[in-house]
Design a binder for this molecule. Sequence first.
Ligand code: DGP
Length: 114
Amino acid sequence: MDDCIFCKIIKGEIPSTKVYENQYIYAFKDIQPCAPVHVLVVPKKHIESAQKLTDEDTALLGEIFKGINEVARITGVDKSGFRVVTNIGRDAGQSVLHLHFHVLGGRVFGADFG
Ligand code: DGP
């Protein structure tokens, strides 16, 4: 998608701090971190949100979660624990319409999803 910020980040047209990359995903530090570890895991395929996943994306979803676990290992939160969040649509506060998973760690989170 030509006008998608995350597509531009994946292509290197907008700079980012890469944490991990493979053929399926690109993972980079969030520009507005909410925790000591705050990484966005993004599929290279443009999909608007988790709501737009189809049967064709079943294997991709597995690859995304393998990538999330790799990011947790690389950032050192795999033992202490981490939170994975994906926002869908207006009320959830999704601001970038390209599927992404926030990987948050390095502090203790409450049960309040606020
Ligand atoms: P969401 O609210 O779930 O759509 O989260 C989008 C996140 O993307 C938000 O935490 C800020 C981050 N973000 C937006 N633009 C950029 C950017 O240009 N670079 C980086 N690294 N992060 C960005």
